[in-house]
Design a protein around this ligand. Structure first.
Ligand SMILES: [Zn+2]
Length: 354
């Protein structure tokens, strides 16, 4: 299976694509290009993307208290973002797992279709790219080595697996495209293992988005703890491998809150690099995790937010789209067909990061 677009389609659609990505000046403050605006936008993102309820965000940061905290439950990282308050799912009773999150029964399946040493099935190799390469393209733009001469979009979903994930997978399958799912390790257990396996079977990629998704633990005082991030990564990797097998490996890591949001992060980057992983942020968002005051509330609003990027001149061909498959992100699933068709119409092929 391939997502390559015919060359004629690419040529015909290039102008459309660039036009669609023209930046709206009013949105410049939310964009992520230069250092100053990155800090501004990212601080807001981290604040609103906080996975843990404020009542648990005490400053002690002790691992032991975190391990037993009531928020460490299945689906929590995805479902309790304060910016999602108006949505009814945030107040619905949480499902109670039969065992601690991240732990699987002995009979949990370990065989999968994942290619040895990869984060995706062998059939997906044709459209898979290492995280280090994609990250460089975002940072350096068209002057980067190996920068593609065709348009490539990487749809990414953070905060799964949840019950919302299969719904997004169905939309992707119906459109014949693929995405990268950044998984929260503690949400992987017997009940969600089939979802993780379906991501691979569908031709998409499974990447890591921490085990705990706990800002206080990973970034005490908003400063990245390389030691904690490394250990947290190891736990998440183990959780994925219990589902996909020991052959699973990913080059891609997405920091909860984004790399751009935290101080003192160089040592954490190195800790990830020692584990073969590279952080990857994004070039645009559908806005599904923004504060309620500016979060899009309909499909058209999400499409409009996608177009609000200002580095299109520097980086005309590579788009990494941040979205979420937390279980209260139904609007994202509703918008996904239009988002996919937007990029198809603009001549993009669909890549995965693995
Ligand atoms: Zn997240």
């Amino acid at each position: 299976m391939t997502s390559r677009q015919p060359l004629a389609t690419l040529a015909a659609c290039t102008a459309v694509g660039l036009g669609a990505l023209t930046v709206a000046p009013a949105a410049a403050h939310t964009l992520l290009h230069d250092t100053q605006s990155t800090r501004t936008a990212s601080a807001g993102y981290a604040e609103t993307h906080r996975a843990q309820p404020a009542s648990h965000s005490t400053a002690d940061g002790r691992e032991s208290s975190r391990e037993t905290a009531p928020e460490a439950r299945l689906g929590d990282a995805a479902g309790k973002q304060p910016d999602s308050g108006p949505q009814p799912e945030t107040t619905a009773p949480q499902e109670t797992p039969t065992r601690p999150p991240g732990e699987l029964s002995e009979k949990a399946p370990t065989a999968s279709g994942v290619a040895p040493g990869k984060a995706y099935a062998a059939a997906a190799e044709d459209y898979a790219y290492p995280a280090a390469e994609v990250s460089t393209w975002l940072r350096e733009g068209s002057t980067a080595a190996g920068y593609p001469d065709e348009k490539i979009v990487f749809l990414t979903f953070d905060d799964g697996p949840t019950a919302q994930t299969p719904k997004n997978l169905t939309v992707l399958r119906d459109h014949g495209v693929h995405a990268t799912f950044f998984q929260v390790g503690k949400q992987i257990d017997d009940s969600t293992a089939p979802i993780v396996q379906e991501i691979i079977a569908q031709g998409s990629a499974v990447a890591i988005h921490s085990h705990s998704h706990d800002y206080t633990r990973l970034y005490p005082g908003r400063r990245a703890s390389a030691e904690r991030i490394g250990r947290d990564y190891d736990r998440a990797l183990a959780a994925v491998r219990r589902v996909l097998g020991e052959d699973y490996a990913s080059t891609a890591y997405r920091y909860p809150g984004g790399h751009m949001s935290w101080k003192n992060i160089t040592a954490a980057d190195a800790a990830l690099a020692q584990r073969g992983a590279t952080w990857i942020d994004w070039s645009t968002v559908n806005g599904d995790a923004e504060p309620a005051s500016r979060r899009p509330h309909d499909v058209a609003g999400q499409l409009d937010r996608l177009a609000q990027r200002r580095d299109a001149e520097k980086n005309p061909n590579v788009e990494v789209v941040l979205m979420h498959d937390a279980k209260n992100k139904q609007l994202t699933t509703q918008a996904l067909p239009a988002i996919i068709e937007h990029y198809q119409d603009a001549g993009y092929r669909f890549g995965i990061i693995g």
